[in-house]
Design a protein around this ligand. Structure first.
Ligand code: ZN
Length: 424
């Protein structure tokens, strides 16, 4: 179950946040969870989940009293990429092209000269109102061609300079574009008439399958390791929590958010009302009132699960010399005194305790004082819900590249750590 090959399958099943939610939902349903429609009344107890767009909240319990604490694992389903604009049909120099918008802090160069597919969701006019369909195209469809070296002589020594408006437009054919080519293409994919396509959330993905890499396959090369690795680990840990004989003292919860890469302020992001609203409904479904919910929050704990930077072999000077992070050195507890990560002494202790009980090693990350630090959903969860939170994740290289790299031993260890956290 926690084999790293299963992580590769999860990543390849999830080219978009909607597909990641679909894949987690599939696994939860197979483990006996029941899906509730958004806005449906929450029954007491049981293993259930709700999804909304690129977000999913799942829980098992409550186990005893209405003001039971929660043990939450939060992660994000989105990764930086390129997304199709509303009027995308472009062309230049005899090529048909597709207009795209940059989503999040992507490493733009990593998208050049790759064979790209498309995925996402499309909303079409249905008999009873708008209907949402997921779609994915895994045939080579798009390519962002880099300028030849002969036409850009300084690029290797002088650095590649890219303008996101003019340098990142993929080609997807030759000839001239019609005004509704993309709409017709999508309609065909979901079996609708072009005139019935109302809107889309469509994005590109690299078609190279995830793979083991290295002399002995010690590494994992895959897209979207940040943060589908954590979505996978959180899903597997929640399923494992429901399979243990003794129910845990705290209600285990998994929250997969969308929109972390663009600041999390959305209906399905960590800075929205989604999780707080569901947690309160879980408490009230169990017979508790608002005061019971607030008592529960005060005793709950959260692991914000997100990628960590491994020390780069070609640039060790970019990392704090006393806090080296090794690939396959164990899950990484991330610390930032300025609260870019939510970890503090008491919550770090929770993570270390979980690692020790799981029998897995752990590492600690802190960035250089002269290097700005990234952030996660951790501080948002801590602030919005008043839940004690620690940031933990698996070490990787090339974060936000179209193709990232991590170790093969760390992902299953992360599942074990999260499982121990739920059980503790
Ligand atoms: Zn992330």
């Amino acid at each position: 179950m926690t084999d790293v090959e299963d992580l590769l399958a999860y990543v390849d099943a999830s080219p978009s946040p909607y597909h990641a939610v679909e894949e987690s939902a599939r696994r939860l349903l197979a483990a006996g969870f029941e899906e509730l429609a958004p806005g449906a009344p929450l029954p007491a107890g049981g293993s259930r989940f709700v999804r909304r767009g690129g977000a999913l909240v799942a829980w098992a319990g409550p186990s005893r009293g209405a003001d039971d604490p929660f043990r939450l694992v939060g992660a994000h389903t989105d990764s930086p990429n390129l997304r199709v604009k509303p009027r995308p049909d472009l062309g230049s120099a005899g090529f048909r092209q597709l207009g795209v918008e940059v989503y999040g802090g992507a490493l733009w160069n990593s998208w050049l000269d790759r064979d790209l597919g498309l995925s996402g969701r499309v909303v079409v006019r249905g008999a009873d109102g708008p209907e949402t369909h997921l779609f994915r195209v895994d045939e080579p469809l798009l390519r962002i061609p880099q300028l030849a070296i002969h036409l850009d002589r300084d690029v290797n020594g002088g650095g590649l300079k890219l303008n996101p408006q003019t340098d990142l437009t993929p080609v997807w054919g030759v000839g001239s574009s019609g005004p509704d080519d993309f709409r017709a293409f999508l309609a065909d994919r979901v079996g609708a008439a072009a005139a019935d396509v109302l809107a889309w959330d469509a994005m590109v993905h690299d078609l190279t399958p995830s793979t083991r890499l290295g002399l002995d396959g010690e590494l994992v090369a895959a897209p979207r390791i940040d943060n589908l690795l954590s979505c996978w680990a959180g899903t597997e840990a929640l399923v494992a929590a429901t399979e243990q004989l003794a129910p845990p003292a705290a209600t285990p919860v998994l929250c997969l958010y969308d929109h972390e890469e663009v600041g999390s302020t959305s209906t399905t992001g960590a800075d929205g009302a989604l999780l707080a609203s569901l947690l309160e409904q879980i408490v009230t479904a169990g017979g508790g009132d608002r005061a019971a919910f607030l008592r529960s929050m005060a005793r709950s704990a959260c692991i914000s699960a997100d990628g960590a930077h491994a020390t780069h072999p070609n640039h060790p000077e970019r990392h704090d010399p006393d806090h080296r992070v090794a690939i396959d050195g164990g899950p990484v507890v991330k610390v930032n005194a300025n609260q870019r990560y939510a970890s503090d002494a008491e919550t770090i202790a929770l993570a270390v305790d979980a690692a020790e009980r799981a029998g897995v090693p752990h590492q600690v990350f802190v960035s250089r004082n002269d290097q700005p630090c990234g952030s996660t959903i951790g501080p948002l969860t801590a602030a919005r819900l008043g839940i004690a939170t620690v940031d933990v994740g698996v070490a990787q290289l090339s974060m936000h590249s179209a193709r990232e790299l991590c170790g093969a031993q760390d992902p299953p260890r992360f599942v074990q750590l999260l499982h121990a956290f739920h059980a503790g």
